[in-house]
Unconditional design. Sequence first.
Length: 261
Amino acid sequence: MRLIIKQTKQQAGIFAAHEIASQIRAFRPTSNKPFVLGLPTGSTPLITYAELIKMYQNGTLSFKNVITFNMDEYLGISPQDEQSYHFFMHHYFFKHIDIQKQNIHILNGMATNPEKECENYEKAIQNAGGIHLFLGGVGEDGHIAFNEPHTPFLSRTHVQQLDKDTIRVNARFFNNDISKVPTKALTVGIQTITDADQVIILAFGPKKAEAVRAALEDDISENCPLSVLRMHRNATLICDADATKKLSSQTKALFSKIENS
C-alpha cells in the first residue's frame, strides 16, 4: 500500500481528487463500459468533492458514464431528511456534476426489509461489474464506512449497530444531541470495500492519528478495520501531517522509500 502525507488537509483532499480524476480519464468510460466509483459522506471528503466539481465545471472531467455506490446510510432516516446521506451527496456533490440519476446508488435507510436491501445492494455492485475505485474516510477508532472495530474482514453489506463513540462523534451533525443520532446504519462490508480494484482512504486531523498509527504499526487486525488496507493490492492512505503525528520516524521512512522507489 501507499502512504501519502501532505502538509494540510486541503492539499491532501485535492491530491485525492486528482488521483480519482486520473483514474476515470484513463479508464475512458462509455455508456457500455462505465467507471464504477464508491463514495463516502462526512466532512472528510468535502475538499475532494469540491475539487472534482471544479474539474467538471472547467470541462476537464465528466461523470456522465460514472456509476456510484455510496458506503452507507443511517437506518430509519428518509432520503429527504437533511441528515441523510442521500441529502448530503446531492447537496455537496451530485447536483453540481453531470452524473445521470439512474447511475447513483445509495442504501435506503427506510427499507422495510433492511437485510434484503443490503443483499440487493451487493447484487447491484456485482451487476455493475464491481467497483473500480472506492474512496473512504476513517473514524477515530479505525472504522471504515460504518464497519466498527471487530467487524469481520469478510463482511458484506449489512445492518450495523453503531458504537457509542461513533454516535458521540456524529452528534455534531445532530445539533450535538446524542439522542437524535441513529443507533444503526446500513453499510457496505469490509470485503465489499477491499474487492474494489483500488481503495483510497482519507485521514485528516490529530483525532485520526491514533487510528493511522494502529493501522500501520500494530498487527493487521479486525480491532482496527483500517489495517486491512495493508493486505490490499492497490490501496492508498492519504493523510495530512496532523493525522501522522503518532507514526514513528521509521514508519514514515519506510513508506517514503516505497513511494520513491
